[in-house]
Design a protein around this ligand. Sequence first.
Ligand code: ZN
Length: 495
Amino acid sequence: MSDAYQKLLELNRQLQLLRDAEAVLSWDQETQMPRAGVEWRAEQMAFLGGEIHRRATAPEVGDWIAACEAGACNPESGECANIREWRHDYDRATRLPTSLVEEFEKTRAIAKSAWAEARAKSDFGAFAPHLERLVALSRRKIECWGHDACPYDALLDEFERGERSSELRQLFGGLRKDLVALVEEALEREPFDDSRIAGQNYPVADQARFNHEVAEAIGFDFAAGRIDTAVHPFCTGVGPRDTRLTTRYDETDFRSSLFGVLHEAGHGLYDQGLPEDLHSQPVGRAVSLGVHESQSRLWENHVGRGRAFWEHWLPRAAEIFPHLAKVTPEEMFRSVNQARRSHIRVEADEVTYDLHIMLRFEIETAIFDGDLAVADIPGEWNRRFEDFLGLKVERDADGCLQDIHWSLGIFGYFPTYSLGNLNASHLFAAALGRKPGIETLLARGDYSGLLGWMREHIHRPGSRWLPRDLIARAAGSPATPDAHLAHLRERYLES
Ligand code: ZN
């Protein structure tokens, strides 16, 4: 191993120590910190963020990377993946002038509160000038980063390495072709009356006990992780053996915290399955958001909303919540797989969800292709929404103002949610197809077969290959809409 490579490893170890400290502070802020601590915490975070950036972008780091690139490396090796990611991260970080980074941070801090106010009043006009500034600054970032065919690709690359909008367009186009009809058919079905499940009494402590048992059963390691409460549930890794999940509780319906925990535990299982000894190296980290989200959706939807899950778990749930003794597993299954028209993405069911994402993807690419002005977003949003979901949008708060992402200057993130869905279905089908024994185990409430397969094919490789390549190596081909459409048909039409 060259001297330059050793230096980069040591730098990465120090950067990871700082990043993990930053993650603990941020977890603490969302779960424990008293409100009055916010100002000093912001100073701590800004200091750490600045320190990480300064160290990661020092000129000698560029020399070390160049020295590594001059040597030979086996393209299948972890070393080669490290050098590839170091180059990528270094170029992205150093190509942006400090003045642009600072202006962006300032603008988005103001935009975030302007958005919250605009959303409360459902007044897009009040948010539009802030959004225009963030779009203009993002355009400048794209120019600094450079791009091949499509400017949007430079934004996408932040969240989904190597992904291109042309490929996404094709993928989502294929999905949409069949999904629109599938959604319509699912919406025509007789709604399931779940009044014996929803609107009952579910004490928080009992929900937490049940969630803990389920999370442990699917393989979440509580010696190396924990679950706390937060307003907006998330999962964060703060060290190689320290994964924090959060959820929120609804005392009238236990399913909200349960599916939250299954989702976040899916993220957590991925983090716990990454190679521990490579924790501070790029090759040891999660490869992309689209792959991360595949793991959360796999456990939440494919496992947690499946028949086998409720046949196994409903008797235990009924011990803790006795009124559930009157509900059958089949009824529970129907109740958690219902299609509903909704304006709000985060409330959407699994079958309509991707339409919400495609709409956002189309709007974002149109903005950065120069085909859509910020002022025209509401009209375009509402028109497409009605076309996709058959609902009129009466208020921008229920339309283009609903998500926080744009107010934070985050563009290119939304598609990773749908990539997560497609990857989850594709991987689940591949795992079951290659190891039919997994399905027998799932019926018994034994999740070791499925987790073992994900560990081997998705978790342990870390970032050795780019996302599409990783999925193709695991499942035999990159994700297509087929497995996901088959999954949705089975859940929403054939059951
Ligand atoms: Zn997620």
